[in-house]
Unconditional design. Structure first.
Length: 169
């Protein structure tokens, strides 16, 4: 009772366990009554320790070394505050480049925390990281697409109005 668990489609804090059902309360207040006979797996999200996992997207044209430095300094700073220092169990780990996505580069950082503290710490880190990246002039990317428009004569034209055929060899 009191643990945060994942029972397939129902995730929440265990409020009651009986012979036939387990009652969970989701983060949005939903009360889930899960028949014990239908439970195939249990993921305990609050046993011993948890991990705050943050994926930070940066633009392809940014200096990755500078971005990594800003990210780890920011995360270390937040973790050292009075609000979080007692909840953080180990120093933050900058794991590095997690993905090369369509719109940017994803850098992953993790922090081992007391059970249940990871969610609040993740929110605090996201807010602090947004400010730190903005201050450092490091762009957080947004979805970008190149759109081509065809003229009636089927000659390609970019959205800037340039005619790519005019510059073709």
């Amino acid at each position: 009772i009191g643990d945060v668990v994942d029972l397939d489609e129902a995730v929440g804090t265990v409020e009651k366990i009986s012979l036939r059902t387990t009652v969970l309360r989701g983060v949005d207040g939903t009360v889930w009554h899960v028949p014990n006979g239908e439970v195939q797996r249990v993921g305990n999200k609050s046993q011993l320790w948890s991990v705050a996992l943050i994926d930070v997207d940066v633009a392809y044209d940014c200096d990755l070394a500078a971005a990594r430095q800003v990210i780890i300094e920011c995360v270390q700073g937040v973790c050292a505050t009075d609000e979080w220092v007692d909840s953080v169990l180990d120093p933050p780990q900058l794991l590095g480049v997690e993905a090369l996505g369509a719109d940017g580069i994803t850098i992953r950082v993790t922090v081992k925390t007391e059970p249940g503290a990871q969610w609040g710490l993740q929110r605090a880190l996201r807010e602090a990281l947004k400010s730190a990246l903005d201050s450092a002039g490091i762009e957080i990317p947004f979805p970008q697409r190149t759109i081509w428009v065809r003229r009636d004569d089927d000659a390609a034209m970019s959205t800037t109005g340039d005619d790519p055929a005019a510059t073709a060899p």
